[in-house]
Ligand binder design. Structure first.
Ligand code: 13P
Ligand code: SF4
Length: 425
């Protein structure tokens, strides 16, 4: 028997893949901050920024008191502070954000308040690193819980990408510094990193004629790349790379997967020579949960249902959906639907629930019956936000994310290219 749309939307949060996390992420966190699933490859912040575990009093504080304290600290800090929040963040935290958006919008937001002394980033580590690179040098960027990393970002580390690059360049017979275009005026290959990657990989792209993309501007970025190179190495998310390049007409046979544990990524030299997009073997554990079967069930229960998914979902899921797009595109799609419409969404549950509350005249539900938050994003509990804000009022900066200048300078080259590559309407 197929589930009705009603069944799909009335599953309670106890069906979540990780209920403990919802209650108290500090159970998972370690001193000085990186817990399982966070970007453990990232450099720990400078000791002067005083990383630390959440003091016990904040762990025990009732939710209403945390909310009051956050509001009071925000009021005291006034224009000195700007809080940025990603769409996947929990509501109790998003309520305090000055800007809410997708990763492209938040990168722009980090640039837009040079008068603020501190940017508190309620997102994940790679987003805070990006804000630090793009913001003014005197601004401090704080990630309230340093354990809020991204497991996808951890799937491509600097040394594996360097090794892959050398092997690839050797196969194409080009210098790994990759500075010389051929007679057609094009490079043999250039690197494209998804925003969900460490600052070191963004710097790698900056140094090798490459660029950063987000899920909202990935096709503009690939067009930019193909004007300058015959091929791209796309990391870490294979699905975003495949979905975007396929929509641009690149045949699947020209998109080999690069497995960093295998020689030539598990490919023959011939396959690499034919390739247009080399896809790194990375994925998002939240978006990988979405399946074609879930879409078929939703359509069987309600043939009029509309389906939109994030492009981090596997290709067959994107193909079976009516539309795919970044978190901002998903929000716009739902806003453009009519009252009474039913919409199944393939993305993170906090965002889906918020959209359902925002548009009560539409039926909005998550395609995945096991409600799974982005467990690292979810580590920004209001307890952490209250703590870092009250410490700021007391003149202390905790959990500052600061990228080393020699990394930052090259990463900024690739990020500036990304900012210029506007998402398509
Ligand atoms: P967006 O760029 O769509 O906000 O996505 C960020 C992200 O991490 C999705 O998993
Ligand atoms: Fe990373 Fe996936 Fe979370 Fe996005 S949803 S931050 S890709 S783990």
């Amino acid at each position: 028997m197929t589930a009705s749309v009603h069944d799909l939307i009335t599953l309670s949060p106890k069906d979540s893949c990780n209920t403990k996390l919802a209650a108290g992420p500090w159970d998972f966190d370690t001193v000085p901050g990186y817990g399982p699933g966070s970007s453990q490859a990232d450099r720990l912040p400078d000791p002067v920024s005083r990383p630390g575990q959440l003091p016990e009093r904040y762990q025990l504080m009732p939710e209403p008191e945390l909310q009051e304290r956050i509001l009071a600290a925000k009021a005291t800090l006034g224009e000195e502070l700007v809080i940025l929040g990603h769409f996947y963040q929990r509501d109790e935290v998003i309520a305090h954000a000055d800007f809410v958006g997708d990763s492209f919008q938040l990168a722009n937001a980090a640039l837009s308040k040079p008068e603020a002394k501190t940017i508190v980033f309620c997102g994940v580590h790679f987003m805070a690193e990006t804000a630090d690179i793009l913001s003014a040098p005197e601004q401090a960027v704080i990630l309230p819980n340093l354990a809020a990393g991204c497991s996808m970002a951890d799937m491509a580390d600097e040394s594996s990408v360097e090794t892959a690059w050398e092997e690839i360049c050797e196969t194409y017979g080009v210098d790994p510094e990759n500075t010389l275009p051929d007679a057609e005026g094009k490079l043999s290959i250039l690197p494209v990193t998804y925003m969900n990657s460490s600052a070191a990989l963004k710097a790698f792209c900056g140094r090798h004629g490459g660029i950063v993309c987000t899920s909202s501007n990935a096709s503009t970025v690939l067009e930019w790349a193909f004007e300058r190179a015959h091929r791209v190495l796309f990391f870490p998310d294979q699905h975003l790379g495949r979905n975007t390049a396929k929509a641009m007409g690149v045949p699947l046979e020209q998109m080999p997967l690069w497995n960093p544990r295998k020689a030539l990524g598990g490919n023959t030299a011939e396959q690499l020579r034919e390739a247009k997009v080399l896809l790194w073997h990375g994925f998002c554990s939240v978006h990988r949960r979405f399946t074609v079967d879930q879409i078929s069930q939703a359509r069987a229960a309600d043939p009029g249902v509309k389906i939109i998914v994030h492009p981090e979902c596997p290709m067959p899921v994107v193909d079976a959906a009516d539309a795919a797009g970044s978190t901002d595109a998903i929000q716009k799609f739902i806003a453009a639907c009519a009252p009474g419409d039913r919409i199944g969404v393939g993305t993170e549950i906090n965002m889906v629930n918020r959209l359902a509350a925002q548009f009560p005249d539409r039926t909005i539900f998550c395609l995945d019956p096991v409600i799974c938050p982005c467990s690292t994003m979810y580590r920004i509990h209001p307890g952490y936000l209250a703590w870092v804000l009250e410490e700021l009022v007391a003149g202390e900066v905790h959990n500052q994310v600061s990228v080393e200048p020699e990394v930052s300078v090259h990463a900024k080259v690739a990020l500036d290219r990304m900012l210029a590559a506007k998402p398509k309407a």
